[in-house]
Design a protein around this ligand. Sequence first.
Ligand SMILES: CC(C)(COP(=O)(O)OP(=O)(O)OC[C@H]1O[C@@H](n2cnc3c(N)ncnc32)[C@H](O)[C@@H]1OP(=O)(O)O)[C@@H](O)C(=O)NCCC(=O)NCCS
Length: 179
Amino acid sequence: MTSTDRNPPHPHHAFVFRTAHSRDGAALWHLVRDTRALELNSPYFYVLFATDFGQTCLVAEAPDGRLAGLVIGYVPPTQADTAFVWQVGVHPDFQGQGLGLQLLQQWWALPALSTCRWLTATVADDNTASRALFERFAREHGRPCERRPHFTADLFPIDHPAEPLLRIGPIDRGRPVPV
Ligand SMILES: CC(C)(COP(=O)(O)OP(=O)(O)OC[C@H]1O[C@@H](n2cnc3c(N)ncnc32)[C@H](O)[C@@H]1OP(=O)(O)O)[C@@H](O)C(=O)NCCC(=O)NCCS
């Protein structure tokens, strides 16, 4: 990406950040589809996630009410100290102006994630934008972004790239971070 490819900046205060609920499921599906980069799952999956994991999912609403960005995540049942990012996406109209980082920071600050010290996500090797986003988040918190094998290609029933795990932490919750 070059600076000329970037969208004109929107002030961050222009966005409303909030957790998700059942009625967001359809908009989540549309936004994931519109990124043209994220793996699109069934509409049912997004409705289910927004319903059952809404407190660990964050959306950013643009002033016109459109969904500009999302973080879909959860706390793995056996890892209470870890917040897993399943999908993070910014609508192409709003990419490249800091909203992705702002979303991750606001998501990390959610009450439902207050016990977490680690952030994890799986990112395929060819997803440079996503990798750059998580590395930037790690730098903001002064922590390394470790990469280790996780979901190898042979686990998938169809042709699918491996999804190595990125792991950031431990993050000190006592240290205030600008959101
Ligand atoms: C990944 C994504 C969420 C980043 O959101 P964004 O608002 O564009 O990112 P930001 O402007 O906050 O930038 C965050 C960092 O990512 C980098 N970045 C963003 N887009 C990039 C791109 N296309 N290529 C390389 N780096 C990129 C920025 O340079 C910045 O890093 P820096 O501070 O070290 O320079 C967004 O590009 C997107 O939705 N992509 C498609 C979906 C996707 O791939 N999601 C991740 C898989 S879970």
